[in-house]
Design a protein around this ligand. Structure first.
Ligand code: FMN
Length: 135
């Protein structure tokens, strides 16, 4: 069974840029090693994340994320099952996007979502672009 969870949160104001970069590196390594896909974005003091993967992994990870003092006020956007058929090994690796990021990365992620996970795409494409100030 597959699961996807998305949320926005407020970064702890004491978090420095280098701590955010460290977090991004850790998240990318850890998620890629566990076949967790999705995206983590940071913009102007807020995080926006989409997690996709095996149900137990995603639920356990989200519990940990909720308790992490590097952010607070976590607001869930969605939390639902993904039909196995739509979740594909064609998905590329987990994406992390900070203040100075490549626009193409986000558009590439959204294009993949559109074909493999259309329900997520409908929910996040507008929000993700707004979040990164592209709309
Ligand atoms: C905004 C935010 C997003 C995070 N996303 C992930 C993630 O996608 N994957 C991950 O392994 N840890 C993520 N973490 C870190 C976890 O909260 C936790 O520190 C990490 O999983 C290590 O936990 P452990 O050493 O207790 O196993 C995130 C933390 C924050 C603040």
């Amino acid at each position: 069974m597959w699961q996807t969870i998305s949320y926005v949160s407020t970064a702890n104001p004491s978090l420095t840029n280098s701590e955010i970069n460290e977090l991004f590196k850790f998240v990318k390594l850890n998620n890629d090693s566990q076949n967790i896909t999705g995206i983590l974005m940071y913009s102007d003091g807020n995080f926006f994340q989409v997690l996709e993967g095996e149900k137990d992994l995603i639920q356990d990870l989200f519990e940990k994320i909720l308790l992490d003092s590097r952010h607070y006020d976590v607001i869930k956007i969605f939390d639902r099952k993904i039909p196995n058929s739509s979740f594909s090994t064609y998905h590329s690796s987990f994406k992390v996007l900070g203040q100075k990021y490549n626009h193409k990365e986000l558009q590439h992620f959204l294009k993949e979502e559109e074909s493999y996970n259309p329900d997520n795409y409908k929910n996040i494409s507008y929000l993700a672009n707004k979040f990164m100030k592209l709309l």
